[in-house]
Design a protein around this ligand. Structure first.
Ligand code: PMV
Length: 326
């Protein structure tokens, strides 16, 4: 396995940032062991921590009560007592399926772990997943591994450059890096917030039906073909497979009329498009045709979406504005 550069030790104050992510193929199926492909995107969340008389998050003096990820992160890494002033700023829309929670968790965990002596990237991926799982109850380590590693990643795919394996005690998810073709993508938020846990539970019930194994097999084959098409740098084929993955997601019940409206609006300007993340609201990802990215953005904006042109974020979570060495 390749050893990525870890998060080094620093003294407070510490600032860390992490990218958002979008899922190109295989969401939901990944929870049940299926292959998934994810892309870290260049919208970032930045978290800063500094010593203070008492705990606060963006001015909130009782943040454990209001922020589900904070308690588990402080319990794993925080100083005791956790007298920290924590601030976060983000360009990633929240509850939109674009990795805002994973980016917050991993940037906060990186900053806390840095003040405690540093951490390897593999351990940070495992810890960030444990924090997200403690708050969310269900799900895979795809989002957290993606924002920790950066780049184009796979879960549950045997080839690729192995990075690490994350476990929840019941299942192991191998994580690998894939060569990124360097394309520009579009993501667009429908404005309908959703809860990942609720969608994951609903799809899990759907997949427990008699045709569940057949559906999972179809998710698997679309994701593996998608991997093949990305490796071949064939955007037309990737686009067709994005559309096929969308059909499957609609079949398991996580599309939404607003998502369908966005997909319909953008179709003439893209090779293909699908919802990304848990669905039931949230966002879409689309691969624009050459010279059509601006038209695609306009089409999405016209139907009320918050649309972004994004590129891969190659490096994952990192410390910024380094303080004095510890
Ligand atoms: O909507 P998001 O960004 O939380 O993505 C969820 C992806 C799922 O496969 C539906 C769940 C998971 O944890 O993998």
């Amino acid at each position: 396995m390749r050893e990525l550069e870890g998060i080094t030790a620093r003294s407070l104050p510490i600032v860390a940032r992490a990218p958002g992510k979008c899922i190109l193929f295989g969401e939901h199926a990944v929870v049940h062991g299926g292959p998934e492909l994810l892309l870290a995107i260049d919208l970032y969340t930045q978290v800063s921590i500094r010593a203070a008389a008492s705990l606060s998050l963006n001015g909130d003096k009782d943040p454990r009560a209001h922020h589900p990820y904070l308690g588990p992160a402080l319990d794993r890494f925080g100083p005791v007592p956790p007298d920290l002033q924590i601030r976060s700023v983000s360009r990633i829309p929240r509850a939109a399926g674009l990795g805002s929670s994973a980016a917050f968790v991993s940037a906060l965990a990186a900053a806390l772990a840095s003040s405690g002596g540093g951490i390897s990237r593999a351990a940070l991926a495992a810890e960030s997943f444990a924090i997200e799982r403690a708050a969310q109850g269900v799900g895979s380590p795809g989002d957290t591994s993606c924002v920790v590693a950066g780049g184009l990643l796979s879960l549950n795919v045997p080839d690729g450059e192995a990075l690490w394996e994350v476990s929840d005690g019941a299942r192991n998810w191998p994580v690998a890096r894939l060569p990124d073709p360097g394309w520009a993508w579009l993501v667009a938020y429908s404005g309908i917030p959703r809860r990942t846990g609720d969608a994951v539970r609903a799809v899990s019930e759907r997949l427990a039906a008699a045709d569940g194994p057949t559906l999972l097999e179809r998710f698997r084959s679309v994701a593996l073909e998608g991997l093949d098409a990305l490796r071949a740098e064939d955007p037309e084929r990737v686009g067709r497979l994005l559309d096929q993955n969308q059909t499957l997601l609609a079949e398991v019940g996580v599309s939404h009329p607003r998502l369908e409206a966005l997909l319909e609006a953008v179709r003439p300007a893209v090779y293909g498009a699908k919802l990304t993340g848990a669905g039931a609201g949230g966002s879409i990802v689309a691969l624009p045709r050459p010279g059509k990215a601006l038209e695609a953005l306009r089409r999405l904006t016209r139907v009320g979406a918050a649309a972004y042109s994004v590129r891969v974020a190659p490096s994952g979570v990192e410390l910024v504005e380094p303080g004095p060495p510890a």
